[in-house]
Structures are given as C-alpha cells and as structure tokens.
Design a protein around this ligand. Structure first.
Ligand SMILES: C[S@@+](CC[C@H](N)C(=O)[O-])C[C@H]1O[C@@H](n2cnc3c(N)ncnc32)[C@H](O)[C@@H]1O
Length: 254
C-alpha cells in the first residue's frame, strides 16, 4: 500500500494525473469572470498576474485568454508539469512554497484560488503566505484569495462523493464531523479506481473570518472587499459561513 500523508505537496504529486478529470465540471470561465468583475469594482488595472498555487493552470488560463501576462507557481512539480503541457513557454512557471514566496516581480494582481490557502495549517503559515504575496504587489495592485467556509467542512469534507469520468472512478471520502468547529483541521481521502494503491489525503484548516482579518492586517495589507459564494461560482454579499461554501477576500498593500 502506498504511503498516505496529509502533506499538500505529496497529495498533489499523487492527484496531478487526475486533477483535471476530478474538476472537469467546474465552470472556470464564469468563476474567473465573477472574480475579475469584483476586482474591477475595486480598481483593478494593469495586466500582470501572479497566480500562486496555480495547479494545472485552471485558475490562470482564462486570464491568459483575456490578454494578461501570467506568472505562476505551485508547490507541486507534477501539477506544474500538467500546466506546462497546456501553455508551453507562454507562462513563466516555477516551483515555490507560498509559505516562503520569493520576490518574483511586481504584479497588478496576485491571487491564490480554489481553497489553496486552506492547505496552510496555522495562522503563522497564513501570515507568511499573505506577507509573501503582498511583497509581490506593484503599487496599487490587488491581492485576492478564497477560503473554504465552515459550511464546506461540515458538508463536502464530511461526505463521500464519487466522480466517474474519462474511464476513472475517483472517490472523495470526507472525514470531518458535521459539527466541525471553527479553526478545525479537516481531512478528506481521495481514492482512485477504488484501490488502496492510489490514495492521498487532503488536510485543510478552516480559517474564521475574524482570524483572516487579523492576519491580513498583520501582513501589512488592508482588506477592501469580501464575498461569499455557493458552488455556482456567483459572488454574493454578505458572506454567510453557514450557507456559502467559499469566502473571497480582496486586499491591497497598506
Ligand atoms: C485545489 S488546488 C488549486 C489549483 C489551482 N489554483 C486551481 O484553481 O485549479 C490547490 C493547489 O495548492 C497547491 N499548494 C498547496 N499548498 C501549497 C503551498 N504551501 N505552496 C504552494 N502551493 C501549494 C497544491 O499543490 C495545489 O496545486
């Protein structure tokens, strides 16, 4: 039986070959369009994007199509390899851990999407990630990230979902309690083809709104807007932790 750890890099090295199959039903165009509209309401300008925890490129491909100059990084070389097959040299891709992000450049927009932030397991890790992302912002640039709500941990991290697509059978087994408390570390086990040999664990931490606001401030950032969303990808205000599945935060440098 393969070694199963809750380490994010190990999880995505194993997940990479089937990640795009598992997420094929997501409407990336609609989702990114909603995010760009929200950013524009908050003064987005320029065309330089840094996509942190870019994975296989789902979160930057719609921006590339919009004419943005994209730079992207991720902790998982295998996820980046998948991204590379889609974009060749059109995007600068590098391996980087967001808990120790180097200064890659100055960007009009830095984002980390689709609950990548929840793989950080403490406030200290969140502070390191937000500080590093903030240090890559150009003057007037915006930072956007989303996080899973408590509702997400009490629902999708507490149930089993089977995805059968492209000849694969992927089983997501949420291990969390239906009453997981705020700040919980929750796990889901992903099994491929039902066998024990291709199994990996997603370990995530819930960050409550008050915690995020405090860490944003400590990272020398100012929060400018917050939205909630259901799985339909449409942004709504105000955020409802008990109903929405994600919360989206937009910040700028102080
Ligand atoms: C759910 S995927 C999202 C990928 C992409 N943003 C998308 O929207 O499809 C989470 C990504 O976070 C990355 N990740 C997790 N922890 C990380 C860390 N500490 N630094 C950089 N990337 C990380 C994983 O490798 C994975 O590609």
């Amino acid at each position: 039986m393969a070694t199963v750890t809750g380490d994010a890099k190990a999880a995505y090295e194993a997940f990479a070959p089937v990640y795009d199959i598992f997420t094929a039903h997501y409407d990336d165009e609609l989702w990114i369009g909603e995010l760009v509209s929200a950013l524009e309401r908050n003064g987005l300008s320029g065309n330089r994007l840094l996509d942190v925890a870019c994975g296989t490129g789902r979160s930057f491909l719609p921006m590339l199509e919009r004419g943005w100059d994209v730079t992207a990084c991720d902790i998982s070389p295998a996820m980046l390899e998948r991204a590379r097959t889609k974009v060749g040299e059109a995007v600068s891709l590098s391996v980087a851990d967001m808990r120790g992000l180097p200064e890659i450049g100055k960007f009009d927009l830095v984002w980390a999407l689709d609950d990548s932030i929840n793989y950080l397991l403490s406030e200290d890790e969140l502070l390191k990630a937000l500080s590093g992302m903030g240090a890559n912002l150009a003057p007037g640039g915006l930072l956007l990230f989303d996080v899973n709500t408590l509702n997400a941990y009490r629902s999708s991290f507490a149930e089993t979902v089977v995805v059968e697509r492209a000849g694969k059978r992927l089983v997501w087994r949420g291990q969390a309690a239906r009453d997981a408390p705020p700040g919980s570390i929750c796990e889901a086990v992903l099994e491929e083809d039902g066998g024990p040999t291709k199994t990996h664990v997603h370990r995530q931490r819930h960050f409550a709104d008050a915690e995020i606001r405090s860490v944003v401030e400590r990272a020398s950032l100012t929060l400018v807007d917050v939205y909630g969303l259901y799985t339909d990808g449409i942004l709504r205000q105000p955020v409802d932790e008990s109903a929405h599945t994600k919360a989206v935060y937009i910040a700028k440098r102080q």
